[in-house]
Design a protein. Structure first.
Length: 275
């Protein structure tokens, strides 16, 4: 974890000279059907113990999200597939389509620990298979692409604890650094944004290039952390094609039960929080 912190701090120090040029756009709540066009494939994941994450369709039956969304943050146990529901295009308290989850595939190198670690962020990715396909003309799965370069403009569509009934879009944020399989971004995320798709425009088409893993604050500046997609997603697809289902046994972890969000502080004022 200290290695990751040091790398991020070094990257942000290097970036600070150009920080004023990086002015992320404001979050805009998606309220109308017109505003929602093209984004109906993003949805809210309701986790059985009362949790919430964001996910996005990458096929009519597959939702891409963060691996830690598959775990109960209080007990550390992996959730059962039928304890999770995906609400595609959830807006103003109503979903365009609702499906239960039939299978969970978590990256094999991900270990849930309740904290934000180096390897955890790099492999914080999972696929949730839906009990049945969503095939509606206005709910289209997204393509996925290669990780964005440093300085590239990206965007994010996410739910959060203070915008749980409708998603919000941030059309312009930037990749501040790429470190050890982790992207450091200026995107605005909060609790509930975990698993949110980070988009880049490829020929005018919104393509998912990362998934939100955590939020952070470094020297008073808000940043977010995302995972690379290429190899981790390829690993998950291979597992899916091999018929791998829910992970056989939840990893043994030491979790301190608390009603407050878990926080991990480090030197130089860096604070990491899992969205």
């Amino acid at each position: 974890m200290r290695i990751l912190l040091a790398a991020i701090l070094a990257a942000l120090v290097t970036f600070s000279a150009a920080a004023e040029e990086d002015q992320p756009s404001e979050l805009t709540t998606i309220m109308t059907s017109y505003d929602a066009q093209g984004w109906e494939g993003v949805g809210r994941l309701n986790i059985g113990w009362g949790g919430m994450c964001t996910g996005a369709l990458i096929s009519p039956r597959l939702v891409l999200t963060a691996a830690h969304c598959a775990f109960n943050s209080h007990s550390g146990n992996q959730m059962k597939p039928d304890d999770i529901v995906f609400h595609a295009g959830f807006r103003n308290g109503h979903a365009t389509a609702t499906r239960r989850i039939s299978r969970i595939v978590v990256h094999p190198d991900y270990e849930f620990s309740g904290t934000v670690g180096d390897a955890n962020v790099a492999n914080d990715i999972a696929l949730f298979e839906l009990a049945s396909e969503i095939r509606l003309p206005n709910v289209k799965p997204f393509q996925t692409g290669d990780r964005p370069r440093k300085g590239q403009q990206v965007g994010v569509v996410s739910y959060a604890h203070d915008r749980a009934d409708s998603p919000a879009i941030q059309e312009a944020c930037h990749v501040l650094a790429r470190q050890r399989g982790t992207l450091v971004l200026s995107c605005d995320v909060d609790f509930g944004s975990s698993g949110a798709p980070i988009f880049a425009l490829d020929g005018g088409i919104a393509t998912i290039v990362s998934v939100v893993s955590a939020k952070a604050e470094v020297r008073g500046r808000k940043v977010s952390l995302g995972t690379n997609l290429e190899k981790p997603l390829s690993d998950l697809m291979a597992m899916l094609n091999a018929g791998t289902g829910q992970v056989a046994a939840a990893p043994k972890v030491n979790i301190v039960s608390s009603k407050e969000p878990r926080r991990l502080s480090a030197e130089k004022g860096a604070k990491f929080l899992r969205p």
